[in-house]
Design a protein around this ligand. Sequence first.
Ligand code: ZN
Length: 205
Amino acid sequence: MIYSSLLSGIPWLRHGFGTRLDSIAQEEMASLRQIHSAIVLPACRAGVVGEGDALVTAVAGVPVSVRTADCYPILLADLNHQAVASVHAGWRGTAAQIVIAVLRAMEECFGTQSADVMAAIGPGIGWCCYEVGVEVARQFGMPQAGCIDLAAANRNQLIAAGVPDSNIEITGGCTRCDARQFHSFRRDKERAGRMISFIAVTKPF
Ligand SMILES: [Zn+2]
């Protein structure tokens, strides 16, 4: 499991970015049928909430989770309202600015202000390995095919939406380079497994 040092310092939550070495029981968590969208859903209980790519909750004891293998798992926490979010961001979700949709949903649901948000961007396919064709590259402001940095793109969107730079952590780790720790769809194709990342407001004692 990989932990964010930023999120680890928050006493009322627990979180983790699962690797291929971890077995995590996602049935006990809220989850999604992921469709590479920018759809954000609220979660009140464990189980499959619906179709979308981000979950938000302020309910204690309900972990929100996403599955990834190259796409980026992103975990958010609102320090002021004790609310959390889990995000699945591949190139489609990133191009659709899913993290901005999540901040908007958190504001509507909990009154979240971006300045109070901590964000951890977990392991995904690195710039080193993520070469894309011209159609995808254009969505990221590039004129021709090349390598895109999805972690940086999501970080920039968070900053543009008002999350302080010092509240954002990129854990690092390229899923395609590091076969020991990570599943990678690009590397392993249909044989690729999925890694589970989660964040939860802990139950009050
Ligand atoms: Zn790489």
